[in-house]
Design a protein around this ligand. Structure first.
Ligand code: GLN
Length: 334
């Protein structure tokens, strides 16, 4: 079977076999997310040649949430260089929830990872800017470059988050006190909250991932979104922290760098080849979408995409692995 047909059949199967999965719940600490239809379920794959395959609600917009951290990290690293980024934010897993204050306390209030809330705010503050609006414009621009279309803020999500983000504001002030927030905490937390409140589809998200898979060049527009030399650093960080405390299980089971958001989105990147994105609002206890994890796990297994195996080996011979992987993933649902 041609590559397109094999991918399309894996995507269609993952959608139809997981659409009725129950379990998990919408995020409700951000009130606007609690009201999103929990039955929504979309999957997209975009390859480095720009081939796009969609299933289900692939053109329904949802809040990007923590997946935004990847693109802010990319912009900050492009601006200050990967060595400075390494020392000023840190690049290790925390092993604790994405908004953990204990994770900070354990490491002298250093964020450790750009993919937890603390490190994401640190990353925002490292993007050189004359004002909050200037910094926000740069972050919207990088999200748009990765997606290949103009990404916009949801006023509803942003309003909901800005009025309930006292915990993140507290983290911003702790970082400021410790010397890991490089600008005004109020403005930085404001921009961080906005960057989580933009709207994307799985088709956008797969394009964003495919841009990482394609060494930083968007396969649909041909425009560079991040320096190629920074892509391996970003993918390594996604491997270590992309699904928070479940990142290790995800690497063990799926073998691909991934990133989740509490809006229900999840992307996984196969360097040099493609990205898979899935969206469904109900989350497990770590804040990762239940159906999206199952769908991407199944597609990666069916197509033999783990980075930790010989490339392109045994395409289509992994069907028997799907049921055990499904069980392993289901074990994470609480
Ligand atoms: N905006 C959310 C927060 O700061 C993002 C969290 C997430 O997606 N894991 O809590």
């Amino acid at each position: 079977m041609a590559d397109h047909d094999r991918i399309a059949s894996a995507v269609a199967a993952a959608w139809s076999q997981n659409r009725d999965v129950t379990g998990g719940a919408n995020a409700d600490y951000i009130p606007a997310l609690a009201t999103v239809d929990p039955d929504l379920f979309g999957i997209s794959v975009v390859t480095v040649t720009g081939d796009t395959i969609n299933a289900g609600d692939a053109n329904t917009e949802f809040a990007i949430e923590s997946i935004s951290k990847v693109f802010t990290m990319a912009r900050a690293m492009d601006e200050i260089g990967s060595d400075a980024f390494h020392s000023q934010v840190g690049t290790d897993p925390t092993g604790l929830p994405f908004n953990s204050v204990m994770a900070l306390a354990l490491h002298g209030d250093k964020p450790m990872s750009a993919l937890v809330n603390a490190g994401a705010m640190s990353s925002v503050s490292l993007i050189p800017a004359d004002s909050t609006e200037d910094r926000w414009a740069k972050i919207l621009a990088v999200q748009s470059a990765f997606a290949g279309r103009t990404i916009a803020l949801s006023e509803t999500i942003n309003q909901s988050e800005q009025t309930t983000n006292a915990h993140n504001r507290g983290i911003a002030w702790l970082l400021k006190a410790a010397g890991y927030l490089y600008d005004d905490p109020v403005g930085v937390c404001d921009v961080y909250t906005r960057q989580c409140s933009t709207l994307i589809t799985t088709a956008d998200l797969a394009t964003m991932g495919a841009t990482l898979a394609n060494d930083g060049v968007n396969p649909l527009t041909g425009a560079r979104a991040v320096h190629g030399e920074n892509v391996p650093h970003i993918l390594a960080e996604m491997t270590m922290e992309g699904l928070y405390e479940a990142s290790g299980d995800w690497a063990y089971t799926v073998g691909l760098p991934g990133k989740s958001g509490v809006g229900g989105g999840l992307m996984a990147v196969v360097p040099g080849r493609l990205a898979i994105a899935a969206f469904s609002p109900p989350l497990d206890s770590h804040g990762n979408s239940v159906r999206a994890q199952l769908a991407i796990t199944q597609i990666a297994a069916t197509l033999g995409l783990s980075l930790y195996r010989k490339p392109h080996e045994a395409d289509g011979q992994n069907a028997g692995r799907e049921s055990s992987i499904r069980l392993a993933t289901a074990g994470r649902q609480k």
